[in-house]
Design a protein around this ligand. Structure first.
Ligand code: DGY
Length: 305
């Protein structure tokens, strides 16, 4: 029997399965993440931690968790966990790959279409009673067939986005870590980000990268907010350096209501819902439980970070 701290109520069967295996599970209640003090209290006696991307699991936290033997992150990304600090303490870190690929790729396409056809502003004009008639020159946007999509980060999710966009007739330009990012940006009508957030990719899309994009180009981000320099993005949108940005992720999350990015033109921000389908979130729960159950039983995690 191990003590397990789960940092939020989750969909799916993770908690049930951990309890059925005899573990003593404490779930942090309510819709908000634990405060730092609550997180520290939660891990103080825990052998297992099931956490979300909203929790910063750093060396200081691990120092307060002397019994911790396993960390299961309820996400495919693991940038919220200091994996080096965990490894130094012999604590394995698990993630939830594959099961959210389709959900996230679907959302990237939804964001691309939303920006390409100016859906938020068009819908708002109807709601506000401003729309008067069919407008032959109104609401003109980008047609996807024949347009070029740069997919920055061509892993599981990037490929799934590429497949979908190819079905719309787009030309796909995969951009890996050894490819010339600026050259790709200068060719693309739209750019979609799917790289993990690391020291190398933090602010990968900075003022220089934005300047390399085509005027009118669309930026889609379903990866991590930190991949984009948001101050530079707000300035680029205001100056018309790029056409639009459709973001599922920001840094921080949520953005303060007075963040300049929210006041920039042609920006559309969602509340980090890439994996938010019933199926994906339930499967993530299953994988997180698989990781914890294995590690607490002394076996390797099936889905290590
Ligand atoms: C992840 O898994 O990393 C997503 O951002 C949230 O599901």
């Amino acid at each position: 029997m191990a003590r397990v701290f789960v940092t939020r109520p989750l969909p799916g069967t993770a908690v049930e399965r951990l309890r059925a295996a005899g573990h003593e599970v404490t779930v942090h209640p309510g819709p908000l993440p634990p405060t730092r003090a609550e997180l520290e209290a939660g891990v103080a006696e825990a052998q297992g931690l099931l956490c979300l991307l909203t929790e910063t699991v750093d060396a200081a936290l691990l120092d307060r968790a002397p019994r911790l033997r396993a960390i299961a992150n309820y996400a495919v990304g693991s940038d919220n966990v200091d994996r080096g600090a965990a490894a130094a303490r012999g604590i394995p870190v698990g993630v939830t790959p594959d099961v959210l690929t389709d959900a996230t790729a679907d959302l990237a396409l939804a964001l691309l279409l939303t920006a390409a056809r100016q859906l938020p502003a068009a819908a708002q004009s109807v709601r506000d009673g401003e729309w008067r008639t069919f407008e032959p020159q109104g609401w003109l946007g980008l047609e996807l067939r024949g347009a070029c999509l740069a997919v920055v980060g061509y892993g599981r999710i990037g490929r799934a986005v590429g497949e979908r966009a190819a079905a719309f007739g787009m030309e796909i330009l995969p951009v890996g870590r050894h490819d010339d990012l600026r050259a790709a940006l200068s060719r693309a009508d739209a750019v979609t980000l799917h790289c993990p957030l690391t020291e190398r990719t933090r602010h990968l899309i900075d003022a220089g990268a934005l300047a390399a994009m085509r005027p009118g180009a669309i930026l889609v981000n379903t990866a991590r907010g930190g991949v984009v320099d948001q101050v530079a993005l707000a300035a680029a949108l205001r100056a018309g350096v790029i056409g639009a940005a459709a973001l599922d992720v920001t840094d921080p999350e949520p953005l303060p209501a007075d963040d300049p990015l929210l006041a920039a033109p042609n920006v559309f921000v969602l509340p980090h819902i890439g994996s938010a389908t019933h199926a994906a979130r339930e499967r993530m729960s299953g994988l997180a439980a698989d990781n914890l159950l294995a590690a607490l039983a002394g076996a390797p995690m099936p889905h290590p970070a």
